[in-house]
Design a protein around this ligand. Structure first.
Ligand code: ATP
Ligand code: MG
Length: 285
């Protein structure tokens, strides 16, 4: 039943300032991203609304060209939407200066990409410490050892990325993403270049980051009451099955979702969506 509150007056006539919703790690409101102008313009994101609570793991799927990478770039402050607002942990990042954005990305966000993006001339330990170095923080070698142990690579600290397997390199990338104790980890096809077994190891690490309260937060004991929030783009239904929810993008908008699902259920939903939009199934094509 709806309650009417016709007699309530607003305190003043100013337009309501758009405030972030408490408890959300990531919030997008009416986000659009257009490439180009006129009849040839591409509407990569055509109005995205999204609210992700802290400590959740979300997979984003969709046909090739549906806007997944564009969505992730806008949500992570790596790209500016043409319209709409993005909030990270209660802070609006749309319209933020590039300096403040860079600082926020370095201190509060972690990134994992399909191509690992490690620096080949640095050791594994130096790669892991890079976000701290870039943020001008103390390069805490104990912290590096801790996150490397967490990803099972305690004995590889002095190696260079080229001496490691693909799966090991991606685990280094996960360690690097975890080193600052970030609020949100954005991952774009983190298992795209890995075989099934190695992919499962990397996904288990992301799952663990979500399920484990972090150690560098603002609480009394120096931790967060919740784990990290993970947003992962993937083509692989088996990877998406590790998430708490799966969202489907089609033609630049969220076409719906699924709260946890088996790889088979997720694959079936993707097949329906792909047939409906008439798009190609991306990497699977
Ligand atoms: N820099 C750009 N300039 C022009 N168009 C772009 C640019 N980047 C992306 N697009 C277009 O925007 C749409 C969405 O692209 P996006 O990369 O987000 O898709 P995606 O879902 O990540 O695809 P894939 O699964 O193939 O990685 C596509 O039509 C793409 O061609
Ligand atoms: Mg992409």
């Amino acid at each position: 039943m709806r309650l009417r509150s016709g007699t309530r007056q607003k305190a003043d006539d100013r337009p309501e300032a758009p405030a972030a919703t408490p408890g959300l790690a990531v919030e997008l409101r009416g986000v659009r991203r257009r490439y180009g102008r006129g009849p040839g313009a591409v509407h990569a994101l055509a109005g995205v609304d999204l609210a992700l609570p802290r400590g959740t793991f979300t997979a984003v799927m969709g046909p090739s060209g549906s806007g997944k990478s564009t969505f992730l770039q806008c949500a992570a402050g790596l790209d500016q939407p043409s319209a709409g607002s993005v909030y990270l942990g209660g802070t609006e990042i749309t319209g933020m200066s590039e300096n403040r954005l860079t600082e926020l990305r370095r201190s509060r966000l972690g990134f994992v990409f399909q191509a690992f993006n490690l620096l080949p001339s640095l050791t594994v330990e130096q790669n892991v410490l890079l976000p701290l170095r870039l943020a001008g923080q103390r390069q805490d070698r104990r912290r590096a050892a801790e996150v490397l142990a967490r990803v099972g690579l305690a004995d590889k600290a002095r190696r260079r990325p080229g001496e490691l397997s693909g799966g090991q390199q991606q685990r280094v990338a996960v360690a690097r993403a975890l080193v600052t104790g970030p609020d949100v980890i954005f991952a774009d096809e983190p298992t795209g270049a890995l075989d099934t077994g190695t992919a499962a190891e990397v996904l288990g690490l992301l799952r663990h980051a979500v399920d484990t309260p972090t150690g560098s937060g603002p609480q009394a004991g120096g931790g967060y009451a919740h784990g990290a929030t993970v947003v992962m783009v993937t083509h692989d239904p088996a990877a998406a099955a590790w998430a708490d929810q799966v969202l489907f993008l089609a033609d630049g908008t969220f076409a719906g979702g699924l709260e946890r699902g088996s790889a088979e259920q997720i694959a079936a939903r993707m097949a329906t969506l792909t047939a409906r939009t008439g798009a190609m199934a991306g990497a699977a094509a």
